[in-house]
Design a binder for this molecule. Structure first.
Ligand SMILES: *Cc1c(COP(=O)(O)O)cnc(C)c1O
Length: 428
């Protein structure tokens, strides 16, 4: 017996959402990938309400993969082998025999398809912060000397802003912070380069990489992209957009592990002009020549600095296995469906007026997170975490929930909204 619109008679709106979540999870082509992550099998974190299907055996709902991606099950066996055999038994031979020396480029080539780059343009190593520095100074050095200004997203992640300021000081340029949406229009004949975030870490707003790059190029400026909150969450098309340089971290949506090294992309035709502000022996054309003068390597290795972080690089290498064969269009479709469903559940369950989404409704402007403005957000997130829903709090008033399409379920989105509603009602 069904009502005309399809909801079985006698079910509450909440029951309807439970049924929807279940159907969406059943039809999710990415669902099998969840088994490749270590997530709570049946956690005790929330005292489940009686007969509440959304709380049945779910354990902690992890919505913080945009800060630290979950551990994939292949990492520990790989690291065990790296430590025991490659390091323990082969020792220094592993630089050659286990491929340690070329790991930064080899793993860069594994990330390349996730950011729309042909091979030979990415190198992995150092933190995002360090790579922002390399990319921005190198971009400024490529630009004509009469271009004296660097543009930066005014609401950028702090490290990008600090480093851009230092890069400007070091190169004798002026740093001009501009709201990200206005960066393309702000570029002019004085602009050398702009440092732009693909997705805003706070609001989850997605910027149009192709259009902004084209506008910067039309103004004669170079485009340096920070992909920290987009790579692994949605398709990125660096080559197609003609982006100049890009950086991104690997411990968020790429699940590389805490402190996993970042990547640097330098478009192939710009590589000969890439003049690193941190030339190290690893970026030398002949590292073992131990020459006194610096001759830069060709290609992506020019972006290297010193000895690579082998243990964390190879943890990342193993973590990237889950991406083999994954269709990024499916990742994007699920990310949008998950965030849509979460917003719908929040609207249905949380008392009106208590939270407001600062994440754009329009799909074309949405990354893979939902940020809700909320009074007492810090306290609310503390309560959520205590009840097994882990997101994060960004001062002063934002609750941030990351939706990682490889392992987040629709039931997780519903449960998060349900617990949020309970917490907010409790703080009324
Ligand atoms: C996460 C993030 C970083 C992190 O930089 P680290 O050097 O890895 O600490 C930098 N920029 C943005 C935009 C980020 O989201």
């Amino acid at each position: 017996m069904s009502e005309p619109h399809g909801r079985p008679a006698g079910l509450s709106p909440y029951d309807g959402l439970v049924a929807r979540a279940s159907a969406l999870d059943t039809g999710d082509p990415l669902a099998p990938l969840r088994d490749r992550f270590m997530l709570d099998p049946a956690g005790p974190a929330v005292p489940a309400g009686p007969a509440d299907p959304a709380q049945d055996g779910n354990g902690t709902v992890y919505l913080d993969g945009n800060s630290l991606g979950a551990l994939s099950t292949g990492v520990l066996p790989r690291l065990t082998d790296v430590v025991n055999r490659e390091w323990g038994e082969l020792r220094i031979r592993s630089w050659e025999e286990s491929g340690w020396w070329t790991a930064p480029e080899r793993i860069g080539d594994r990330i390349a398809p996730l950011v729309g780059a042909a091979p030979g343009q990415l190198v992995v190593g150092d933190s995002t912060s360090v790579n922002v520095f390399k990319a921005l100074v190198a971009a400024v050095r490529m630009a004509p000397a009469e271009r004296t200004e660097i543009l930066v997203d005014a609401d950028t992640f702090p490290t990008d802003g600090y480093i851009a300021a230092s890069a400007a000081r070091l190169t004798g340029h002026t740093l001009r912070p501009v709201p990200a949406a206005g960066i393309a229009a702000a570029a002019g004949p004085q602009t050398a380069a702009a440092l732009v975030n693909h997705v805003d870490y706070r609001t989850g707003r997605l910027h149009d990489l192709a259009a902004v790059t084209a506008a910067l190029h039309a103004a004669g400026a170079l485009a340096v992209w920070d992909l920290c909150h987009s790579a692994g969450a949605l398709p990125v098309a660096l080559d197609a957009a003609g982006a100049d340089l890009a950086v991104g971290c690997t411990y968020k949506y790429l699940n590389g592990g805490p402190g996993a090294p970042a990547y640097l992309y330098v478009r192939r035709d710009l590589q000969p002009r890439f003049d690193s502000p941190l030339p190290g022996w690893n970026s030398h054309a002949d590292p073992f020549g131990m020459a006194g003068d610096f001759q830069p390597a060709q290609g992506a290795p020019r972006g290297r600095v010193g000895t690579p972080e082998i243990l964390s690089l190879l943890a990342l290498d193993a973590a990237l296995d889950v991406w083999d064969g994954v269709d990024l269009a499916e990742v994007r479709a699920k990310s949008l469906a998950l965030t849509d469903f979460f917003l719908e559940c929040v609207a249905a369950l949380v008392p009106a007026g208590r939270v407001a989404s600062v994440t754009p409704q329009a799909h074309a402007e949405r990354g893979s997170q939902v940020s809700l403005r909320c009074a007492d957000a810090g306290k609310v997130m503390g309560e959520l975490t205590a009840r097994g829903v882990v997101g994060d709090y960004r001062r002063p008033d934002l609750l941030r929930f990351g939706f990682t399409p490889l392992y987040t379920r629709y039931a997780d989105a519903l449960r998060a909204a349900r617990v949020l509603a309970d917490v907010i009602e409790g703080t009324a």
